[in-house]
Design a protein around this ligand. Structure first.
Ligand code: ADP
Ligand code: MG
Length: 287
């Protein structure tokens, strides 16, 4: 099935559209936010962070630093506190002990202001079109629907979603929903992008294509990126710094700076000696 076959005309036919495969290689060019005021990144720092929910200790003794244009991936077992870590950085949680700073500021309000979080579930509103779902962040900032659409449209084109503006979430494939959710996160125009297992629910072929797509999208982004994933290859493809969290309570048990080239096609990158060695190192740390 070609990407053309996925063209939608849902309102005119009333029939559910066929789903198209995820096109790889729709690289955005230049400023990928399109939201105006393209943000630069901001440093993320965690110092001696412990996070308890009552008796349950989710994270303990976590020290982390991400420079303004850094890309950090966090891998670790389920329940090890990865989403909690993103919630702390995003300003949705205050640490029980220690401090979390974004752009040098510790307050949760400042963190909220600087960070955009793409949650583990895409949380697209089923009654809104793809375009209007992506517009949500802009409307929340006080823009009119019309102005928000005007800013979001060029990104839909750039991200290979141009034909799907009017589609509702249930008419989109899993990979497309994730792209809409990612666009919404990007359109918020924040300094820090926090991505929580963005492709966790996708099949492995689609996930591979989406990883290529996201790598290209992020290459055009000056924002700081923190990505949570349980997929070691995804971590290495998308981030130059990878940390491994232990099982609960999550502690940083390994750090790796991945120095290999990521530019080429995925299959070549993952076959390179440096990639294989890095993957092995992380898998051993996860044992
Ligand atoms: P991960 O994302 O690595 O799977 P989470 O950060 O979601 O892990 O959760 C870590 C632990 O903290 C889990 O045991 C989870 O049940 C618990 N937890 C997370 N958020 C809360 C909360 N708001 N209240 C109580 N327990 C929580
Ligand atoms: Mg999680």
């Amino acid at each position: 099935m070609s990407g053309r076959e996925g063209r939608l005309a849902p309102r005119s036919t009333g029939a559910p559209p066929r789903r198209s495969p995820e096109p790889a290689g729709h690289a955005p060019a230049g400023d990928a936010t399109g939201a105006g005021g393209n943000p630069t990144g901001a440093t993320i720092e965690l110092h001696g962070v412990r996070q308890a929910f009552g008796e349950l200790v989710a994270l303990d003794g976590v020290d982390l630093q991400v420079p303004p244009h850094g890309r950090l991936a966090v891998v670790g077992p389920s329940g090890g506190g990865k989403s909690t870590l993103l919630g702390l950085v995003a300003g949705l949680l205050e640490p029980s002990t220690g401090s979390v700073l974004v752009g040098g500021e510790p307050g949760w309000k400042q963190r909220l202001r600087r960070c955009a979080l793409m949650p583990q579930k895409d949380l697209l509103l089923p009654w809104r079109s793809a375009l209007d779902n992506a517009c949500l962040a802009l409307e929340n900032q006080g823009l009119s629907r019309a102005e928000a659409r005007r800013r979001a449209r060029p990104l839909f084109q750039r991200f290979g979603l141009g034909e799907f503006e009017g589609s509702r979430p249930d008419q989109l494939s899993g990979g497309m929903r994730q792209r809409v959710a990612f666009l919404r996160t990007l359109l918020a125009g924040k300094q820090v992008l926090l991505l929580d297992e963005p492709f966790g629910a996708l099949d492995s072929i689609t996930r591979g294509r989406m990883q290529e797509w996201l790598a290209q999208a992020l290459a055009a982004q000056p924002s700081t990126v923190m990505l949570v994933t349980h997929d070691v290859e995804e971590a290495l493809l998308l981030a130059e710094l990878v940390v491994v969290l232990s099982a609960r309570p999550g502690r940083v048990v390994h750090r790796l700076e991945a120095g290999f080239q990521r530019g080429g096609p995925r299959r070549e990158v993952v076959a390179s000696q440096a990639f294989v060695a890095a993957r092995q190192e992380i898998l051993e740390a996860l044992e």
